[in-house]
Design a binder for this molecule. Sequence first.
Ligand code: 4NP
Length: 149
Amino acid sequence: MDKILMVCLGNICRSPLAEGILQKKLPNHIVDSCGTANYHIDESPDIRSIDVARENGIDISNHLGRQFSTNDFQFYDIIYVMDKANYSDVIQLAKSENEKQKVKLILSELPSSTIKEVADPYYGNIEDFRKCFSQLDEVCTVIANKLSN
Ligand code: 4NP
């Protein structure tokens, strides 16, 4: 059983979706999410993420925002970040090569993809959230196949 952490900036749009999607595909693994920023601690996900998840049969409404902590390096096996800014924010907090190696851009699990970052849909519209969901669903299928073997 692996412990996987999904990380974005605010922990209200992308990473709660990524958490809900992967948790559904890997019910016996520990999957959580958090943000690098402290803007939305203890807040519910953005209503657009809740709605798009619900459209796809996933309930993320109970998640509460939390900020990444250096303790997460010890507890989690894999830390998936959504974009390069998240990557540098998290890597800066790592204290060892082992901790650094846990951090991966989530779309790097799609080696043939030319898109390397999950775009932040926060300032976009519901279609941007649907696009975000479908990118995350595709990559989480790859991750789930890899981790369930
Ligand atoms: P997320 O999106 O990182 O996917 O949760 C954002 C949500 C809120 C903010 C930025 C990004 N914000 O600036 O409040």
